[in-house]
Structure formats: C-alpha cells, structure tokens
Design a protein around this ligand. Structure first.
Ligand code: XIL
Length: 353
C-alpha cells in the first residue's frame, strides 16, 4: 500500500475510534486526575431531576451553600437542626461523592438570637465551642474537610470586627488571631480526621490580604496549630484575571505543607438591560475558568476545585449584584454546558494525558 494511502487509513481509523469514544464527564476526568471537583448545593433542589442528575454526573464533591451555616443549623441557642445538612451528606453518599463542610465561624449568616443577644465573652466562648464540637461530631467520618473559619480578614489583611473576635469576642480579642487558633483547636479535638481549612475571598493572588493569610497560617504551622489547608474562594468579576499571581500564592501556601482548595469559584458577567450577556464574554469567561483550573493543576497540593453552584439557574450572583451580573457558572439555565465547562474539562483531560 502506498504510504499516503496507509496514512489515510490510519487517519480514518483514528477518527472512527475518536467518534466512538464519548468525551469523559468532568467527574470522570477529575477522578482520573485524582482531583476533587465540586459544587455548592441547595438540598431543596435535589427534587429537580436535571439538578440532581447533572450534579451526580459531573462532580465528585459537594458542599452545602447554606445548609450547614449557623442560621440554618441553630434555630435557637438550645437546639441543632441538621435536617438540611443531612440531606446533602445523604446525596453525597448515594452518589459516591465527598463532602466539604461550610462553615463554623463567620460573622455572616448567623441567627438573630445570636447577633442581637447580649452575650458575655464567656457565654460566646461556650456557645462557639459547643457549636463546633456538636456539629463536627454529628458529621464525623462524613465530612472530608471543614471551613472552620470563614472570611476573618478584610482587604488590608486586618482582622474584621465580629462577635467572635471583638464584639465582644470569645475572650481572646487582645490576642489577634487567637480566636481563630482556638476555633481550630476545638475543631481538631471534635473530629481529628477532618481536614481543617481557613477560607477567604480576595486573597487569591498576591496582595496585602493574601500576605496576611500567609503570615497567619505560617505562624499556625510553626506553632503546631491544627490546620490543613487554605480555601481560596475565587469569586471573580474581572475577565483579565492574573493567574501568575494565583500560581505563586498557591505555591507559597503549599510550601508550608498545607493543601489548597479552590472553594467558591464563579466568574460573573455583566448583564445588559434585557438580562443577557455578550457571547464574547462567555468565551473570555471560559479562558478565566481554564486559567484557574490550570493554576490549581500545576501544583499537587491544590487538591480540589469547586464552583459556587453549577447552573446559572441557581446562583447567589443575581441577588448579590442586584441583578446587574450573572451567568457565572459552567452550566446555563437549561443545564447545558457552557464554554466554561468545556474549558475546565479540556484543562483536566490535558493534565491527565
Ligand atoms: C452565600 C450564599 O451563596 C447565599 O445563598 C447566602 O444568602 C449568603 O452566602 N462567601 C461565602 C459563602 O463563604 O458562604 C457565601 O454564600 C458567598 C460568599
């Protein structure tokens, strides 16, 4: 057979095999890459078939968007309501997925009885320890990693005012990050197997905030405070995101022996008067997703990539931006994969090859 005919036949065979092999799902590709790929979820939506099917097919990790926050879990000071959180854990178990728990210490999404109550530092300290221990023991063995403390720093890297820190605080307000350290120590006692994370937004690249996070966790590591990782939330509103700085930040954090999880990735787009996005923005958005996934995959210490929701049908961005932004997630409102999905998948597949 002449060489060109041989080459032509090889090409035809290659095309036939390629056509017969369906592209892997995001979850299949992530499993092959030993990567956790997750989404924040609302258990009230599990009854929507497309929601559950897409979630179970495409992700190997879930995190409750709100279901494990104080506001939901603590209807009052005396009791715990685990029903919504349990639904998330059950969904994960049925579908062989891991769970991230979110979050135990935050100055947002707390119930009014807590924020309006006139508690002393001693009472708050008791309440916080009891909360961390009770919630973590309830989910012990079922939650892989917890965001123990969420968003404790402002954009300058200073500690934010909070009931747990200084308003009035749990009695450690003179000690800077002391209340954060205490929360990690209680968490480790409650469930020694769980991975414990500090989670924040705006400190993904290199800036005063990420410097402060780095200094805090470096200090914790040096003094043996039980912390296993840093969550980089990654709520992105810029289409020219600098991944070089993100790569450098992930590198310095993992050099401390910590894991990094991308915990709340979304890339919101401006909406026009009719609530539509520009087609070209969807392509630029895909490149941002590609850059973030690539930044994580470059470093074996970056072990999870999670989006904050997964379908544009249900995303916090709409209310958070008062309707001015949207379309931030990898699936559209009809659960159709967007260019962002294809970019994530492509980046993971290329990493495994
Ligand atoms: C948001 C949820 O998406 C909303 O449903 C809720 O009303 C407010 O909180 N950083 C976090 C998340 O750590 O818990 C926040 O989630 C988004 C910002």
């Amino acid at each position: 057979m002449p060489a060109f005919a041989y080459r032509f036949r090889s090409l035809l065979m290659f095309l036939a095999v390629a056509a017969a092999t369906p592209a892997p799902t995001l979850r299949q590709a992530a499993d092959r890459a030993s990567l956790l790929v997750g989404a924040a979820v609302r258990p009230s939506l599990f009854s929507e078939a497309a929601y559950s099917e897409t979630l179970a097919r495409e992700f190997n990790l879930v995190e409750p968007e709100d279901a494990m926050k104080w506001r939901v879990v603590r209807p009052n000071a005396e009791s715990f309501d685990f029903r919504q959180g349990d639904q998330v854990v059950r969904f994960a178990q049925v579908h062989g997925m891991k769970v991230r728990g979110h979050c135990l210490v935050w100055d947002h999404n707390n119930p009014e009885w807590l924020t309006q109550g006139q508690f002393t530092p001693g009472q708050l300290s008791y309440l916080l320890q009891e909360h961390i221990v009770t919630v973590m023991k309830h989910y012990a063995g079922q939650v892989l990693a917890w965001d123990v403390v969420n968003e404790a720093l402002d954009e300058n890297g200073h500690l934010r005012d909070s009931p747990w820190y200084n308003r009035p605080g749990i009695g450690l307000s003179e000690k800077g990050t002391g209340y954060i350290e205490q929360a990690f120590r209680w968490a480790h006692e409650a469930d020694p197997q769980a991975l414990l994370f500090y989670n924040d937004n705006g400190g993904e690249g290199l800036n005063p905030k990420s410097d402060a996070i780095y200094a805090m966790v470096q200090d914790f590591r040096q003094r043996g405070v039980p912390i296993n990782g840093v969550g980089l939330q990654m709520h992105i509103a810029q289409l020219d995101t600098n991944t070089v700085a993100i790569v450098a930040n992930i590198k310095r954090l993992t050099s401390l022996g910590l894991q990094v999880h991308i915990t709340e990735l979304d890339v919101s787009l401006p909406l026009d008067g009719g609530g539509q996005v520009k087609q070209e923005d969807l392509l630029r958005q895909a490149e941002v997703y590609r850059g973030i996934v690539g930044a994580c995959l470059q470093n074996s210490g970056c072990t999870a990539i999670q989006t904050w929701g997964f379908t544009d049908k249900y995303s916090w961005i709409g209310s958070h931006s008062h309707g001015t932004r949207g379309a931030a997630l990898p699936f559209d409102r009809a659960y159709k994969p967007k260019p962002a999905y294809a970019a994530m998948l492509d980046e993971i597949v290329r990493h495994v090859e």
